[in-house]
Design a protein around this ligand. Structure first.
Ligand SMILES: NC(=O)c1ccc[n+]([C@@H]2O[C@H](COP(=O)([O-])OP(=O)(O)OC[C@H]3O[C@@H](n4cnc5c(N)ncnc54)[C@H](OP(=O)(O)O)[C@@H]3O)[C@@H](O)[C@H]2O)c1
Length: 363
């Protein structure tokens, strides 16, 4: 007899998404964690609390996936380190709840091919993509006019270029609407995050870049929209709280209750939108270019951005030095097609080495 339990491998359990996912799992008796991973933090306490046998700190997460045989992989690892797990799940047709956008950006073509072979479900956890996924459900592709991803604009939405010169790490980490891990928070401040999400959306929904728009929406109440050919637009609206898209992915196709309150329409609700500013936030147009050019460019964008964000967080470079490092890596990327994981890892390493080489030695 088939089990009613969904056996979940939670990769990146110690992170912001990982911790919120554990909260969702705790609320549902039919969700079971069978594997937990982290990058370096110990997992003994979490494993004991959730009675999880398969635990892995660091290393290749596909090993624990082979051992634990989950029904669903929640990939909440940060960065390129999540690529192997994304490809593992897609290849085998195991349901993938994907928070790790970097894997779809860097390995988009490989991931699409693996998804087609595996034939499983790919459920976005990123709030904008979960929103668009829900607006698109049951619609024919030819009915779509375009997708719109919303961006809060981050903490520096109203900063001049001159003011951006001297922003501190602490200021960049103070996101106005979302509470997230440090890498994605810095990416939100530079708008690289929206660039990564643009490429992620291209692969997830298999739509050309010209059909995907980005708008700044400071209150983050509208998470995403789909415009249809008849002139209608469907929007996904709610308070910015990642437990909603995490819960949706873990309990799909149901829509289970969460502790997130229903939208209160008696309180003031701001629905303002504005175009993103390419001059102050050049990583967004750079990501679009990288995505449109394809091949190794998205991988190089991601790799150099990871190096630059880590250097900013370590105080080695200023905020405005992040984008030039990425631009430089894109100028030097060969842009060729990626045929396998080996070539992808090489492209990632090349861009990392180049970006690292441009950094001043650590003090
Ligand atoms: N946080 C959000 O609200 C949010 C929203 C949308 C999308 N996302 C995406 O979700 C992903 C996770 O974000 P987050 O904010 O949860 O990040 P986070 O708080 O920094 O957590 C990252 C997790 O990944 C693990 N990890 C780091 N390096 C690793 C490695 N080399 N190998 C294996 N595991 C590693 C960390 O383990 P340690 O604790 O041991 O370092 C931690 O468990 C990112 O791709 C992000 O863009 C996040």
């Amino acid at each position: 007899m088939a089990s009613d339990l969904t056996r979940i491998a939670l990769l990146g359990a110690t992170g912001s998404i990982g911790r919120q996912a554990l909260e969702i799992v705790d609320a549902h008796a039919d969700l079971e964690i069978v594997a937990l991973t982290s990058g370096s933090q110990p997992l003994d306490e979490l494993a004991a609390r959730h009675r999880v046998r398969h635990v892995q700190v660091g290393g290749d997460p596909t090993e624990i996936l082979d051992r634990s045989e989950p029904d669903l992989v929640l990939n909440a690892v940060v960065g390129f380190a999540g690529v192997g797990a994304t490809l593992w799940a897609l290849e085998r047709g195991v349901t993938l709840a994907l928070a790790n956008k970097e894997s779809l950006v860097a390995a988009g073509d490989l991931a699409l091919a693996a998804w087609r072979r595996g034939g499983g479900l790919l459920l976005p956890v990123d709030s904008e993509h979960s929103a668009v996924f829900q607006c698109l459900e049951g619609r024919a592709p030819e009915a779509i006019d375009s997708l719109v991803l919303t961006a809060s604009g981050g903490p520096f939405r109203n900063h001049s270029l001159a003011a951006l010169e001297s922003v501190s790490v602490e200021e960049a980490l103070a996101h106005p609407t979302w509470s997230m891990g440090p890498k994605v928070t810095i990416d939100s401040a530079t708008l690289a995050n929206k660039g990564l999400e643009l490429i992620e959306a291209h692969y997830l929904f298999e739509l050309p870049y010209e059909m995907i728009d980005v708008v700044v929406h400071p209150t983050s109440v509208v998470h995403g929209l789909v415009r249809f050919r008849d002139g209608a637009a469907l929007a996904h609206v709610g308070y910015p709280d990642m437990r909603v898209p995490i819960s949706y992915a873990l309990t799909y196709p149901e829509r289970r209750a969460t502790s997130v309150p229903a939208l209160d329409l008696t309180a003031p609700l701001s629905l303002e939108f504005e175009p993103p500013d390419s001059e102050r936030f050049p990583l967004l147009p750079l990501a679009r270019q990288a995505g449109e050019r394809g091949g190794t460019y998205p991988c190089a964008f991601n790799a150099a951005n990871e190096v630059a964000v880590a250097a900013f967080l370590d105080g080695r470079i200023g905020f405005l030095e992040i984008a030039p490092l990425v631009e430089d890596a894109l100028e030097h990327a060969d842009g060729g097609a990626v045929n396998d994981l080996f070539e992808l890892v090489e492209a990632d390493l090349d861009a990392r080495r180049l970006a690292e080489g441009r950094l001043a030695p650590a003090a």
